[in-house]
Design a protein. Sequence first.
Length: 213
Amino acid sequence: MGQKVNPIGFRLEAVKNSPEWQSSWFANAKKYPIFLLEDKNIRDFLQKKIYSAGIVNIKIERSVKKIKITIVVARPGLVIGRGGKELEILKKEIQKLLTKASGKQSVEIQVEEFKHADLSAKLIAEKIAFQLTKRMPYRRVVLSAIEKSMSSGAKGVKVVLSGRINGAEIGRREKFSEGKIPLSTIRSKIDYHECPSLTRSGYIGVKVYLCLI
C-alpha cells in the first residue's frame, strides 16, 4: 500500500518563502489544543462566510494581546464591503469564536488580493468541483482549467478525479496532466488542494497539483 505525503507539508521547510506557515504562534501544552481548535473554527467560519470571495489562504498570527488574521482572496471587495462595514462585522463574529483561554485579545483582519486566480490550486479545484455539480462535461472542464493555468505561467498542472465520474455506476480514477510535476523532489514549489464535488450521482474527489517553480 502506497504511503501518501501532503505535497505542501513535505516542502514546508525546504522551499523558501513558499508556502508560508498558515499559523504562527506558540503555546504551552495546555493552551496548544485550544488554540488549534480556535484556528480551525475561524477558518471554517470564514470559508463559509466569504466563500464567494475566492479564498486562497487564511493565515493566523497570535501575540499576547492581538490576533492577526490575513485573508488572501481573489475578490477583496466582497470581504471589505462599503466603507469597511463587512470587515467590522467579521471582526465581531470572530471575536465570539474565541474562548476564555485566549483572554481579551483584539482581532485584526488584513485582506490581501490574489491577482492570478489560475495560479492557485485551491481556486482551480473548487471551480472544477462546482462545474461538475452543474453536470458539465468533465473532460472539457478539466482541460480548460489546465489550459488557463499553463497560459498564466504555471510550469505544470495535474488534476486527478476519482469517484462516479460522469454518473458511472462503478467508480474510477482519471488523471489529466500537462507540463512537469516533480513530486519526488523538495526543491520545486508545488501548490496542492483537494476538495469534494457532491454531484447527483455521488461523490467525486478532485485533486489539483500545481507546479509554480
